[in-house]
Design a protein around this ligand. Structure first.
Ligand SMILES: Nc1nc2c(ncn2[C@@H]2O[C@H](COP(=O)(O)OP(=O)(O)OP(=O)(O)O)[C@@H](O)[C@H]2O)c(=O)[nH]1
Ligand SMILES: [Mg+2]
Ligand SMILES: [Zn+2]
Length: 306
């Protein structure tokens, strides 16, 4: 019997069978793992094969090949990865310009990871009720930069119910990963769309600044208007491990079409003469902050390889 994983705690998994029944299952034996050194062999969104043993316990015996997945680095061990979710139609990065601040570097790393894992990405800036002139101007600038290169960038306020209809349209009939730093309002946003069930959010309005994670395990919720969302614990860093440094520019969508025009075919777009990417940055056709993010990610990749 096949089932979809709705929740993973590491020791047991809540799954929904093809008949619509929810069961708690455990893993039996060793599962094939796509060659990923991960802390969790089974992730939310996985389609798994179930068997019931003599005692009546439900066991996961196999994983159906994943269409895609997104990983993050294990906070305990940099060499281990944690699969956040699998088989996604799209992912929403919930950002905030205030309480807490989401940096451009973090956004660009997320977008590069989304390109590498073939998951279409959408940027959602929550807490727009906290925007003053400074934040409003910054948002306008950010929206222009990202929409120019093809990423929808939406402003919302969960608290003021602003922009929520647009998000509903984005989520309808899709499997969507909801990610972002702790405290940006991921669970609060999902709650607006669920009828009857309420998921836990941090109680104080605003953000404590302590980075306490309210959501501790990824969990999938079906949407009453079709589709499903996966709520995740706040994340510090997306993993890019499977990418070689020389490939990184392939995952910066605005750089990719220029790569063939660089003088050297192994150009890293740093010091090389005749670099089409650097020329585009100098001419203002590639945003300078995006290029800085590219250089930053490249240098951390080189660090990790030492
Ligand atoms: N001002 C303001 N506060 C908001 C808004 N949306 C959510 N919050 C508050 O932000 C805090 C964090 O919200 P959560 O939904 O728990 O955040 P989360 O992203 O799920 O956090 P983790 O589960 O820790 O990853 C709560 O106190 C919310 O009330 C908003 O639009 N405006
Ligand atoms: Mg949460
Ligand atoms: Zn180049």
């Amino acid at each position: 019997m096949k089932a979809t994983v709705y929740k993973s705690t590491g020791s047991w998994y809540r799954v929904r069978t093809e008949k619509g029944e929810f069961l708690d299952a455990r893993i039996r034996g060793r599962l094939k793992t796509d060659g990923i050194t991960s802390t969790n062999p089974v992730a939310v969104g996985d389609i798994v094969v179930l068997e019931t043993d003599e005692t009546g316990a439900v066991m996961i015996t196999d994983i159906v090949e994943r269409r895609n997945y997104i990983i993050r680095q294990s906070p305990q061990n940099r060499n281990l990865q944690h699969i956040i979710a699998a088989n996604l139609d799209q992912s929403l990065l919930i950002c905030s310009l205030k309480d807490p601040h989401t940096s451009r570097g973090f956004i660009d790393r997320f977008l590069a990871a989304s390109e590498a894992f073939h998951v279409p990405a959408i940027l959602v800036f929550n807490k727009s009720d906290l925007f003053r002139i400074k934040e409003s101007d910054l948002f306008k600038e950010i929206k222009e930069v990202y929409e120019k290169i093809g990423y929808p960038t939406i402003k919302v306020s969960v608290q003021h119910r602003f922009g929520i209809e647009q998000i509903r349209g984005v989520l309808r009939n899709k499997f969507t990963l909801i990610s972002g730093h702790s405290g940006v309002g991921k669970s609060s946003m999902i709650n607006l769309f669920l009828e009857g069930q309420e998921i836990k959010t941090s109680e104080v309005s605003g953000w404590s600044g302590k980075g306490v994670h309210t959501t501790t395990f990824a969990e999938m919720y079906e949407l009453p208007f079709g589709g499903a969302v996966i709520d995740t614990p706040g994340i510090r860093e997306f993993a890019l491990k499977e990418i070689e440094p020389v490939e990184l520019s392939h995952y910066f969508v605005e750089m990719k079409p220029l790569i063939g025009e660089c003088r050297f075919n192994n150009c890293m777009h740093t010091e090389e003469p005749g670099c089409a990417v650097k020329k585009a940055v100098a001419e203002g056709n590639i945003n300078a902050d995006r290029y800085v993010s590219y250089l930053t990610i490249l240098s951390t990749m080189n660090e990790e390889r030492k």
